[in-house]
Design a protein around this ligand. Structure first.
Ligand code: ATP
Ligand code: MG
Length: 408
């Protein structure tokens, strides 16, 4: 297992933010600290537009990378190795460091964070590059090197690295306002939540259930999904809303083919009433165009018609496989596929409408007392605070940080 005491991370897009840049970088630093809290963290610094993490004792790289890959705003994660204090120390470390590597070309890149170091970056790049050529005969290519040997000159020593793991990208959590995500027990909505969080949005969640017609155990699954998502932003809230009385009214009074759309309109009505409690300005759903009958443009528009705040659908253009790939990468997939009895999967007609419209749904709702049904559901909300995120073992190690990966 690769052990490290220093990790360097680059940040994403932050340079675009002009005057806010400092604030953004501070957020990333705080979020890195929070993610690494259970490891022996010594300090987190910000040389230029990077984040430099120092541990007080060696930690497995994959564990540090697993945690850092939950911090939005990080573009890349690099394990760096202390090789000493002088140019001669670097040269002495090269044979061991380059062992087993066979790149078609290489370059040396130097990052001089200690400005008192006697040589400039360019001088060092030339000197080390020359040593590598003498040692290996590798071809130098400064524009498209197959391998880049990086050197960091820090105030407490010189650090080498050749390996780079992709970070999650995005913007730091907390930089993009708040929204309320409608979280089912399925595959899609946790991924929609992840995509919104990736743009810096903080989320709270709403789940609609049909207990006692459905198994109360399925609520546990939704809590588990919220706990996984909490790894990416910290504490969040989850409102458990009883939908059964509304569903029963709809089943008794409205055309069967419109049921799912009518359930959805109530979900949106209730979610937007909860939004102010979460200080949220928008709703988020996991809908994807054409995936099921309720997700045609006509039906999305017919549900949208009663929305009073924006409804974001970050998965709208994604294929199921793309959604699954993200679900695997962020760690929700295994939980999402556990058996679950969804509130929409019962009392669902054989032939749901694929082309409805607002007028038709509004007419079907005429027999219902919408306001009192909504108020009744709100009165039955159980509010759960998710303080304890999922264990780190449930969050995947990012690709390239696994212990078996050949060193590059
Ligand atoms: P998912 O995989 O997220 O369940 P889906 O492909 O099953 O989505 P639908 O069942 O049509 O699609 O649901 C579309 C969206 O509506 C969901 O992604 C979610 O945002 C919201 N939604 C559906 N059911 C519920 C529920 N029981 N509680 C909260 N939100 C829900
Ligand atoms: Mg679903």
């Amino acid at each position: 297992m690769e052990m490290v005491t220093k990790i360097l991370a680059t940040t994403n897009e932050v340079s675009l933010k002009g005057g806010n840049r400092k604030w953004f970088e501070q957020k990333i630093t705080d979020n890195v600290r929070r993610a690494l809290k259970d490891l022996p963290l010594e300090r987190v610094e910000r040389p230029a537009w990077r984040v430099l993490v120092t541990f007080s004792e060696p930690v497995p790289f994959q564990e540090a990378a697993r945690r850092m890959a939950t911090v939005f705003g990080i573009a890349a994660i690099m394990p760096v190795e202390n090789v000493g204090n002088t140019t001669d120390d670097v040269i002495a470390a090269l044979p061991h460091r380059l062992e087993g590597l066979a790149p078609s070309s290489f370059a040396v890149r130097c990052l001089r964070s200690d400005k008192t170091f006697p040589k400039t970056s360019t001088e060092l790049e030339r000197e080390i590059g020359g040593e590598v050529v003498a040692l290996t005969g590798w071809k130098v290519d400064l524009t498209h090197p197959d391998l880049t040997l990086h050197l960091l000159i820090d105030r407490d020593g010189l650090y080498l690295w050749t390996r780079r793991v992709a970070g999650p990208g995005g913007l730091p959590s907390g930089s993009g306002g708040r929204a309320t995500c409608m979280l089912s027990g399925g595959i899609d909505s946790p991924v929609a939540a992840y995509q919104m969080m990736k743009r810096g949005v903080r989320l709270d969640f709403v789940h609609f259930h049909s207990v006692p017609r459905t198994d109360p155990a399925s609520l546990e699954k939704v809590v588990d999904l919220a706990r996984i998502l909490a790894r990416y932003q910290g504490r969040c809230r989850l409102a458990m809303v009883p939908l059964l009385p509304i569903q029963e009214q709809i089943v008794a009074n409205c055309p069967a083919r419109l049921r799912v759309l009518l359930y959805r309109r109530f979900m949106v009505r209730i979610s937007q009433r909860l939004a102010p409690r979460f200080k949220a300005r928008a709703l988020v759903t996991g809908e994807s165009l054409g995936q099921v009958a309720s997700q045609t443009i006509e039906n999305l528009a017919a549900v949208q018609a009663i929305a009073e705040i924006p409804v974001f659908r970050p998965l709208i253009t994604l294929d199921k496989q793309e959604i699954i790939n993200t679900a695997r990468r962020m760690g929700s997939f295994e939980t999402s596929i556990l058996p679950h009895f969804d509130c929409c999967s019962f009392l669902v007609p054989e032939r749901p409408a694929t082309r409805s419209n607002h007028g038709e749904l509004a007419k079907a709702e005429e027999t219902l007392d919408i306001d009192s049904l909504v108020s009744e559901a709100l009165a039955g909300v159980e509010m759960i605070t998710i303080d304890e995120p999922a264990p780190w073992s449930e969050i995947p190690v990012p690709r390239g940080a696994e212990p078996m990966e050949p060193q590059r």
